[in-house]
Design a protein around this ligand. Sequence first.
Ligand code: ARG
Ligand code: ZN
Length: 850
Amino acid sequence: QEIRREDYRAPDWLVPAIELDFDLAAEKTLVTARLSVERNGEHDRPLRLDGDEIVPLAVLVDGAEARWTMDGATLVVELSENAAVVETRVALAPDRNSKLMGLYASGGLLCTQCEAEGFRRITFFPDRPDVLSRYRVRMSADKARFPVLLANGNPVETGDGEDGSHWAVWEDPFPKPSYLFALVAGDLAVNSDPFTTMSGRSVELGIWVREGDLPRTDHAMESLKQSMRWDEETYGREYDLDRFNIVAVDDFNFGAMENKGLNIFNSRYILAAPETASDADYDAIATVVAHEYFHNWSGDRVTCRDWFQLSLKEGFTVFRDQGFSAAIGSAAVERIEQVKSLRAGQFPEDAGPLAHPVRPDSYIEISNFYTATVYNKGAELIRMMHTILGPEAFRAGSDLYFERHDGQAVTCEDFVRAMEDASGADLRQFRLWYSQAGTPRVLARLEQDGAGATLHLAQTVPATPGQTDKKPMLIPLRVALIGERSGAELATERLILLDGEQSSVRFDDVGEPAFLSINRGFSAPVIVTAERRAGEIEALAVSDQDPFARFEAMQELMSRDLLAAIYGGAVETGATVAAIRSTLASNALDPAFKALAISLPTEAELAEKVDPVDPAAIHAAREAFRVAIGEALADDLEAAYAGAAADPDSLDSLAKGQRRLRAATLGLIAAGNPERGTELARRQFAEARTMSDRQAAMMALGTVGGDAWDEALDAFYRRFAGDPLVIDKWFSLQASAPRAETLDAVEALEKHPDFNLANPNRVRSLAGAYAMSPFAFHRADGRGYDWLARMIVAVDRVNPQTAARFVAPLGRWKRYEPVRSEKMRAALERIMAEPSLSKDVLEQVSKSLA
Ligand code: ARG
Ligand code: ZN
């Protein structure tokens, strides 16, 4: 049942071309597939075609009845020649496909999701990414219900049939793996725009949505055009078909999908209007649109040999979308956010029972490996190569990679080799980043003497499941020394490549006592612990010239004092208060940076730093800290709040940053003075013209609770009832409120008429939001765990992929204090005892209990 990377074998049969014929209807769709197959190498093995929940109605070889058998779900066809046309026919019921993999119905549409292994739910096929085929797709359907018929590539023919049906044929000239196949049929309206590529070819862009959603597609269209231009300018990558279509659907297992020429999106990453979407939503839309578009080269033109190589396309494409977001917004803020999300999602994964390398060695269900490690740590690996090689050599490596492997299915190793070949760099040791799991720890100590200073570095890589002995990694650390008196950088920043377990680096001519600014820009995804002198971290928090390092120093400072409060009970905020005051007062810093810098480490981040974890103690200490800061800085916070009033009609970086700073200051004001906070939040809610302002006000009210919170919830619901993306926010605001009463609200919401187990967005907005709210979820009585376990089992019956995503919050039971730990483990055992769990959930739960 476990698939291992080392067992990879080239396919026995290739399928250079396939013709698909769909007779589409929601209740019953007939699929006829004609595969031109060719024996690959010399062997006498039969053709094996993957299937999942489908049965063959007919199997023909070169037009004659075939010799075939079933081996489980796999169709085995005996072939005597080296080439043949194999035809199969199956019937599907899209409206009963609640797993949302394969062909399914969503809000009257028919659409597909094939990555990773959904194509085998549509037709029998060697459903693996190293089998590349040219697709010709014919669709016919009732014209009134499904007036629009879309597939990959370019449209070639259309026509009307009898009985009100119509048909269309699409052809994709680029050979592709089956996971990139897509079709959509439905009653859709289009926002279309022309785009001229750098070589002067003209492309018709289309964003397809329900008629009523058209006004909310402009931001996505703008983002798409910006992405296309950016990829030409930054990577020399040009679009290659006459059409580029995006379709938004409401029922979708994750963010979006890069099907060749026909991206399919979760509607939350397309639709936006200031009234309904927050600034964060706008930014996420730009990022996801860019991400999927960039896959056209990093994923589609060059794809993965097998699913162990997933980070080849995902890590690189995340790195590319991060570059795009940095270019269209603020690079400093972007970088801080990337690191925050890595720490929130990937560090815990790397430190828990589901830890795996960026290039995993084995899996049971590949859907479980679309992880923060493969995506976000994977992007950090690409970023480290960019840092080590420098931008020009990196670009040369990228050019070589695309040129060398265009049209191929390749490996992470091929990517690294292209980087080496183009630059002459030696990345042998660097490759360990792909194979060793776990977040490396770096200890740093700066020792000063008469003439200069010596930086002593040591690294360790923690043991992870199945990997006990680790080798030292190649860790690129951007380092500067900052003069204690002058506040200036004492020498130009250096890139130190730490390659051994220990090493010492000499800095000459350090004329004054120095502070250590290390891992600037977060040049390596590691945890650095630096020995600090008195006053060092306080100074760096208000003076480091590298914005990420300055943010980091603030975090280090606040963590130091918060950890002291968690362990010792004494709430000592003096240093934090001074640093926040100076940050708020700065004229040089932009408001978005200020908002990030003054935000306390989250409860989840603090939980990573203590052992064992007691969420109630963390919450109590952090709240006491917030109260003390809110009281001590009441005037500064009020002034900053008032000074950050943003133009509600603007979505530029300044306005977005101002709204963010208002949210951050409002939270602290409410902590220090709940009445004043409630008053301000109430007013902000009533006057809000943007979703960001409204949401921030609700968050402040949700922390305090009481009538103002209930009234806001009612008003919000009344105003946005029937708008699913906004009602998702209404669910998650309640499910994530950091209060003891939250579980009652969650249980009530589960019975709300708008709750729907079959819609992943809605399930995530309840179960996902709740499980990510440490204080509300980690109740000492264990009821939060029981609720989640029950929800996982219920969702699993409908949609295993979505259910499996909620196991991780329970999975880290070993880290918690004994009472909670035992209850978390018991909740996992209870899931495990359920009959007929999906392999998705089974893999996650059994690994968590191991
Ligand atoms: N390739 C898609 C993307 O990153 C996501 C596909 C996720 N698939 C899955 N089975 N979870 O853009
Ligand atoms: Zn992707």
